[in-house]
Each structure stands twice: as structure tokens, then as C-alpha cells.
Write a new protein. Structure first.
Length: 382
């Protein structure tokens, strides 16, 4: 029996972030912790959100100590501020790092105050989270739509994938106006992350009618809008399309899972400190090529969703068009095409593959590979 897990409330459209005060007050919160990063504090975006909260009678404190890859230490520090400040809710503003950190603070901080660091590592499942509101400022991670977080253990140099329904936001405010100032490189990387979510969800063995509909629509929107958002960042139609796409892709993989792109991206990003979206972009065409023989009809449908003309082609030929279209999109976005460009080395490939096969995303890849085959995927991109 399929189990569908969807976020309770999502407001999506230009300007919806201004409703944060009214919506947080309606959740019964009187003082919230605003989780973000120093860059968004300096830009004034965090202060703007705080003003909306204040107007609605909600006090706030700011925790801006979120790393680009949030760590167990970031979570523990945020929980300390949450507890000392007497906060009864959490609002996160930022990309996937801020949202993942905020989700974890809201859950761990609510029920496991004695040893928050150990609680992150052992993934307790027993209690509800404090009210959590997500305000994404990138169009890629879909974190506001998922029960997943990725937290880095800096000692083990490992990205931990945590899956827990209690991590789901109570409310998401998806405002494309907040993505207008994203630099082109960030637009490209986060957009390819969203594409990886949608593609991997669509070919997952756990795919369902719900996840299929969400994933295919996300792929179509990305194929139509990502290039334009990259070249003209103030195009609100393109930015809205990408915000819709990344949310749909997040909801798709929340229900179907992802596969080797993410399983292989996690150790790559942890070891070389490379943006997650760049890692996914590097790996996506090669992993698709690896999977083609197992689910060619799925990749043929992905090719059509990306706008490829597959009329008259065999299923296998149409599937190969999907791989070519994804590689062409990556090229147009001027993203790296070789792992060596981000510091990867031949001597690291075996250990990267071993970590990837242990990753929680690996089991939902449609084709299960050996260590040597996963090394081969890495090597093909090296």
C-alpha cells in the first residue's frame, strides 16, 4: 500500500513571505528562533522577516551560525540559543542548509534537550517537533517539502541522511521574489539539484502515481525555465516556474526517494567541500546512463518532459536523448563537467564508492551496482 507524505500547508507565489508573521502567530507561537546564515543577515533579509513577525506580535531571536553544509555542531549551537531564549517555534530562511538545520533544531530541541549532539546521530523518532516554518531562498533543494535532512559529522567527515516524518515543516512560504538575487552559478547548481530530485524520484523503484505526477511536472518546468532563470535572474515568470519545480521535485522524492546521484554526491561533497547541487550536476548524466538498461521507458518519458523530439525513436534511443539533454543543460549552465575540476582524485574513488553504497539513498536506485561499478561511474566523470 503506497504511503503519501506531503507538507501540511504551502503558500507559493511572489510576495508570500510577507505573510510569515500572520501565519506564525496562527500556529500559536509567541517567540521564535530565526535560523539563517550570516550572508542573509547582512543582506537585510532576516531583519525583514523579523519585522513581519514583530508586526504580528511575534518576538524573535536570530541564530545565523549555519554552515553551507550544516554540522552536528551547528545544530547543537542552535538548540542552545533556542532553549536559552525560551523560543516556542523555529523559522528558517535560506537555502537547503538553513532549512535542514532549522528542521533539526525544531525537532531535536523540542524533545531531546539533554544530549542534542547524540540525538542528531541516533535519529530519535518518538516526539513531535516544535512548530517549524520554512522560507526557501533558493529554487533547488525542496527541503520545505520533505521529511529528510542532511547533517554533516565533521569528525567522521560524513553526511548523515536523516528521515523522520516529524521533520516536516508545519508551513512553507515559497516566495520566488527571494530568489531574484541568487547569482547565476547558484541558480544553476540549485536548479540541477531539483532536476536530480525529480529524475531520481521518477525512476525509483518506490515511485507511485503521486510521485510520478509531481516528478514529471517538475522536469517539464525545469526544462522550460531553468536556462532563462540562469541568464535573466529578474525574470519573475522563470523564477516562479523554478520555485514551483523545486517544490514539486521535493514532494516527489519525499515519497519515492532518490538514488545513486545523491548517494554518490554526499561523500563527494563532504570530502571536497563542493556545493551539493554541483555534485549532483556532475553525476546526473553518468548515473542516468548507468540506469538506462533497467528502466529505458522511464528515461524516454523524461526526455519528452525535457522537450526532446522522440517521435519515431525506439525506447532505448529516446532514453539516450534524456541523458544527452541533461548533459546539454549542464553545459548551457556553465557547470563543471569533470570531478577533477572540483578536486577529486583517482586514488579516492574506491573509498567514495564504499561510502556511497552505505548511503541511505542507495537502495532506491533502480539498478544496484557493485563497488567496482560505482567506481566506474565516478571514473567516467573524473
Amino acid at each position: 500500500m503506497p504511503e503519501y507524505v506531503l507538507p501540511p500547508v504551502v503558500l507559493l507565489g511572489p510576495g508570500v513571505s510577507s505573510a510569515v508573521g500572520r501565519e506564525v502567530a496562527a500556529l500559536g507561537c509567541r517567540k521564535v528562533l530565526v535560523v539563517s546564515d550570516k550572508f542573509l543577515v547582512e543582506m537585510g533579509l532576516v531583519a525583514r522577516i523579523q519585522d513581519h513577525l514583530k508586526t504580528a506580535g511575534v518576538d524573535s531571536l536570530v541564530f545565523s551560525g549555519v554552515n553551507p553544509d550544516p554540522t552536528t555542531g551547528n545544530v547543537a549551537s542552535g538548540i542552545k540559543v533556542l532553549k536559552e531564549g525560551g523560543c516556542d517555534g523555529v523559522v528558517s530562511i535560506g537555502g537547503g542548509s538553513a532549512l535542514d538545520c532549522g528542521k533539526t533544531i525544531a525537532y531535536i530541541g523540542a524533545a531531546f534537550p539533554d544530549d542534542p549532539l547524540e540525538a542528531v546521530k541516533t535519529v530519535p523518532r518518538a516526539a513531535r517537533s516544535l512548530p517549524f516554518v520554512a522560507i526557501p531562498t533558493t529554487a533547488g533543494t525542496g527541503s520545505e517539502a520533505t521529511q529528510f535532512v542532511v547533517i554533516t559529522d565533521p569528525v567522521a567527515k560524513e553526511k548523515m541522511v536523516i528521515i523522520n516524518r516529524n521533520l516536516m515543516p508545519r508551513l512553507a512560504l515559497d516566495d520566488p521574489e527571494l530568489t531574484v538575487t541568487m547569482p547565476p552559478k547558484m541558480t544553476a547548481a540549485t536548479g540541477m539539484d531539483a532536476l536530480a530530485h525529480a529524475v531520481e524520484a521518477y525512476v525509483s523503484p518506490n515511485a507511485s502515481p503521486l510521485s510520478d505526477a509531481l516528478a514529471l511536472k517538475a522536469i517539464t518546468l525545469i526544462g522550460h525555465h531553468l536556462r532563462q532563470a540562469f541568464v535573466q535572474g529578474d525574470d519573475m515568470n522563470a523564477r516562479t516556474g523554478m520555485m514551483e519545480a523545486q517544490f514539486l521535485a521535493g514532494a516527489a522524492f519525499n515519497n519515492a526517494g532518490v538514488g545513486y546521484v545523491h548517494a554518490m554526491a554526499h561523500p563527494l561533497g563532504a570530502r571536497y567541500h563542493v556545493h551539493h547541487g554541483v555534485c549532483c550536476s556532475l553525476l546526473l548524466p553518468a548515473v542516468c546512463a548507468f540506469n538506462l538498461s533497467v528502466v529505458p521507458e522511464r528515461y524516454a518519458e523524461i526526455a519528452a518532459a525535457l522537450g526532446c523530439n522522440i517521435r519515431g525513436l525506439s525506447t532505448e534511443a529516446a532514453a539516450r536523448e534524456a541523458v544527452a539533454a541533461i548533459a546539454a543543460l549542464r553545459r548551457d549552465l556553465k557547470l563543471p563537467e569533470r570531478l577533477s575540476e572540483v578536486g577529486a582524485r583517482e586514488e579516492d574513488l574506491v573509498s567514495l564508492a564504499e561510502e556511497a553504497l552505505r548511503d541511505r539513498c542507495a537502495p532506491t536506485n533502480p539498478r544496484q551496482g557493485t563497488r567496482e561499478e560505482v567506481v566506474g561511474i565516478y571514473r567516467a566523470v573524473l
